[in-house]
Design a protein around this ligand. Structure first.
Ligand SMILES: [Zn+2]
Length: 91
């Protein structure tokens, strides 16, 4: 029992290095922006954010930051950020 648990712990340590084994299908976070907190969610491959910029543009600094943080742990349809996009204001 104990040696098999040790094996699982060793495996977990290896898995934790191999982040592309994990794909976020859904998540909800509280994002602490400079001025306010926002709820950022991913569901069915689509991002949502409660900030006003997102409601106009369909993306924002918060969703793009989440994409950068999670990178290859996101399904392809959730990787939408163009980090070089011109005209994005900070908030
Ligand atoms: Zn936002």
């Amino acid at each position: 029992m104990q040696s098999s648990l040790i094996g699982k712990i060793e495996k977990a340590m290896r898995y934790a290095q191999e982040k592309d084994r994990v794909t976020f299908q859904e998540l909800t976070v509280k994002f602490h922006g400079n001025n306010s907190d926002y709820d950022v969610t991913l569901k069915d491959g689509k991002w949502r954010c409660t900030c006003s910029f997102f409601s106009q543009w369909g993306l924002c600094s918060h969703t793009m930051a989440m994409e950068k943080i999670l990178e290859n742990m996101l399904p392809p349809e959730a990787r939408t950020a163009h980090m070089d996009a011109a005209g994005l204001k900070e908030d």
